[in-house]
Ligand binder design. Sequence first.
Ligand code: PEP
Ligand code: MG
Length: 329
Amino acid sequence: LRQKVMQARDLPAETTDGVRVQLNLNVGLNTERDWLNDLNVHGVGLYRTEIPFMMRERLPTEDEQEELYSQVLEQFRGAPVVMRTLDVGGDKPLPYLPMDEENPFLGWRGIRMTLDHPEIFLMQIRAMLRASVGRNNLRILLPMITSAEEVDESVRMIHQAYHEVAEELACSVDEQLFEPQIGVMIEVPAMIYQLHCVADKIDFFSVGTNDLTQYMLAVDRNNSRVASLYDAFHPAVLHALKQIIDRCDALNKPVSVCGELAGEPGGALLLLAMGYRNLSMNSYNIDRIRWIIRHIAADDLTEVLQRSLAARSPYEVKQQVIMALENAG
Ligand code: PEP
Ligand code: MG
């Protein structure tokens, strides 16, 4: 089977009834591998910039960041790369920026921290923009957004950084600086009801099912004592995901999924059934998710989805999904 899965690598991620799915990569650290060709993916759906920040003893300078982002954008030249702005706090503290909080997951996380430190935010955006010169494949994604004001403020600063960098470049290089597309993560439940307030300010949405699950179920994603309660297959989470795709479709805004659920066979199947057509996942999940997509008919998934949405527990959902996967072979 493994061999068959690998052989499908060069083929499109398309269901037996012709529904195409765009597969993207989640990456955290730069690697030498030629991912685009090796795995036949569209691009990078999530580059987690905090990882290089966490490995240092001090904040990387703008030049250091530019160098790092250049490598990533160069490695994926010709393909879109979604770079998420610094998403520290919660389970990801920085050694040089102490955050002593009783509830870090409900605290100073992601965009909340960087909007309080505009110098850190601007430096990062400037470094990304400078790195994108001549490549034009940068997209910027904002983590932990909870309100429309946070989007307004972030977009304002991105424009500011853009004008600064464009002006500096005008004197030195011929290359044009392109305005990057801007996206917002849907990972705080409040955002589900605010999509219409931010849609016209941005270009795309990306659903973070890891945090969305944590915040919807009020379960710390890293606390082993409640680990059994943390389950993205909870019917309530599925209802939220269905609502998100329906609302994004109505607003005519592209939406992708970059949480772990997209890389799980049953998760990908349900997301496909809901109408998601853009999934981003870790490299080791790409082959098997493509294989599954190529062995199911999107039309046949309606019933699985209806039953999963009507289920009483994650267990019931998984039973439905396992049956559907078995039917697909
Ligand atoms: C998520 O929350 O689903 C996500 C993709 O981001 P992270 O896991 O980095 O918080
Ligand atoms: Mg998250």
